[in-house]
Design a protein around this ligand. Structure first.
Ligand code: ADP
Ligand code: TRP
Length: 322
């Protein structure tokens, strides 16, 4: 069993990234099998054009992974672009990916529907992601639900390669946890760096409080019962960060009437803030030792490369390249 996932350094990481991808990936460290986690800086180029921001976000993602519990003794962490072999594999897989398959990608369609002018990289994004996964003989890919289709496309490309050129790739599967498949953003849409509706993992206290207190609510008075309490954004967020009993009790109070939205948001803030307190302290230590973080990434790249090389070699031979 090999678990692999990637996160783009296209912004500051948020609760959706943590619950959809990082938390299950970190939990996998203590299961049998090995763990490969990377910072998808090539992918970030499809949407981010500022090199300094890319460097800053890349460091931020590395710090966040380590602060949240990625243990370099148990998992390999690297920058995608430190193993550029992935681009060669992406080329090979692209030649087997039908246009129609990529045209059906939800994330591509969503982005173009929002008026983002598509570049070829954005269109072929799932091919590079397939290369990320297949280059490491991955069996399990923890992601949020928005990435499920990309993992299915990866399977399609791997199966097609194996049929065309002989057994070469392991067929991976996505790992999606029901309870955090789609973490809602502060506006009720999917939380996403691109929608400006995120709750950052390591935001400042004041800013985090302000964001939470600003979550829009309806105009019902505190005393009114709220039969739709389970739909409330603060309740939905509470369910992913708080102890289940506290979340359930709070939801019940809101449903019955008597709990005001201001108090509800205060509870949510306290829970978010305490949930990440240990990770915040670890992150501060890491920031004071950035050389160590860089070394971790470089050691990770060397390990990742050693795994990738024979797989790429096998793929090259299979398709008749030297
Ligand atoms: P974003 O949409 O903020 O740009 P990414 O596309 O970089 O986030 O996602 C990185 C990982 O975090 C992926 O596995 C993705 O599925 C997961 N993820 C992102 N947003 C959410 C969310 N709101 N709920 C659950 N998982 C999410
Ligand atoms: N596409 C993923 C996202 O935006 C990031 C990613 C790139 C990834 N390559 C991957 C995730 C490989 C899992 C496996 O969320």
């Amino acid at each position: 069993m090999r678990t692999l996932t990637g996160i783009q350094p296209s912004g500051i990481l948020h609760l959706g990234n943590y619950l959809g991808a990082m938390q299950p990936a970190i939990a996998a460290q203590d299961q049998p099998g090995d763990c490969y986690y990377f910072i998808a800086d090539y992918h970030s180029m499809t949407s981010l054009l500022d090199p300094q921001k890319r460097r800053d976000y890349t460091l931020g993602v590395a710090l966040d992974w380590l602060a949240c519990g990625l243990d370099p003794a148990k998992a390999v962490l690297w920058r995608q672009s430190d193993v550029p072999e992935v681009c060669e594999l992406a080329w090979m897989l692209g030649t087997l990916a039908p246009m129609g398959l990529l045209e059906r990608a939800h994330s591509y369609k969503d982005k173009t529907a929002r008026g983002i002018a598509a570049n070829v990289g954005l269109f072929t994004y799932p091919v590079l992601m397939a290369a990320d996964i297949l280059l490491f003989n991955t069996t399990h890919v923890p992601v949020g639900r928005d990435q499920k289709q990309h993992v299915e496309m990866t399977r399609d490309m791997a199966i097609k390669f194996n049929l065309s050129y002989g057994e070469t790739f392991t067929i991976p599967e996505s790992v999606i946890r029901d309870e955090s498949a789609v973490v809602p953003g502060l506006d009720g849409q999917k939380m996403s760096k691109s929608y400006g509706n995120t709750l950052e993992l390591f935001g400042e206290e004041k800013a985090t409080r302000k964001k939470i207190m600003g979550i829009p609510m309806d105009s019902r008075t505190p005393a009114e019962p709220k039969p739709d309490a389970d739909q409330n954004i603060a309740i939905r967020l509470l369910k992913v960060v708080a102890e289940p009993t506290l979340a359930a009790e709070t939801e019940e109070k809101l449903r019955a009437g008597g709990l005001g939205y201001g108090d509800l948001k205060k509870i949510l803030f306290e829970q978010v803030w305490t949930h990440f307190a240990p990770a915040r302290a670890r992150r501060a230590e890491l920031v004071a030792n950035l050389d160590h973080v860089e070394k971790t990434l470089q050691d990770g790249a060397a390990k990742a490369r050693a795994v990738a090389a024979p797989v790429l070699d096998r793929a090259r031979r299979a398709c008749g390249l030297r």
